[in-house]
Ligand binder design. Sequence first.
Ligand code: SAH
Length: 245
Amino acid sequence: MVHFVGAGPGAVDLITVRGKELIEKADVIIYAGSLVNPALLDYAREGCLKYDSAYMNLEEIMDVMLNSGGEIVRLHTGDPSIYGAIREQMDILDKEGVPYDICPGVSAMSGAAAALRAEYTLPGVSQSIIITRAGGRTGVPKGQDIKDMAGHGSTMILFLSAGLSDKVSRDLKEGGYPGDTPVAVVYKATWPEERIIHTTVDNLVKDMEENGIDKTALIIVGNVLGGEYELSRLYDKDFKTGYRK
Ligand code: SAH
């Protein structure tokens, strides 16, 4: 049986209890070594075989999954459903009749919110989150450029884009975010080397360059990072809910 497991954003104690138990029972672990905290592998039992998928192509990864037998953990960073490239693996497992399941994880975007002590959905400011990436070596489908989506003015969270800050800043502005819109860059959220930069759409490129950040970071954009919002109606004393009359 194959278990796709979300490793969480970095801190070793931010994996789920279920994910940890699956690692403890695994005969084989294939982990995304570029981003998964290696300390998670210490939960594995003695004799467990470990493969770093950073050095493997899809064929090699699938070869291990299809031919190892026993309990196999495929350890992905954050939550596997976000830029995890798990669908292509699952489709091959389906074709070969190999059973699998998925254990969710804490995404880097949740880790970054915690680091920032931020709420991405503030009443009166943004009630939507656009999770996206800048089109680089991997393109994005038509209509899904940052520019196309910036007009909503909602909270935007950019994965896989730290090396493209030029394009990000330009497209955000051309798409409609005013240049003084708050932006936060969170590098290695929840790792000991975590760093946070508070900047704006206009100053993003300069501030990322000055801080030498061009990978393993999220760029978070929007007025939820600013100071103004409305109080939530959920806890308003005059607002009745199913629980509070
Ligand atoms: N499935 C993962 C995302 C994988 S894509 C998740 O749910 O978090 C890899 C990208 O995620 C990186 O390029 C970076 O943009 C972001 N990322 C992963 N871990 C991060 C962390 N600890 N801090 C900030 N960004 C991170």
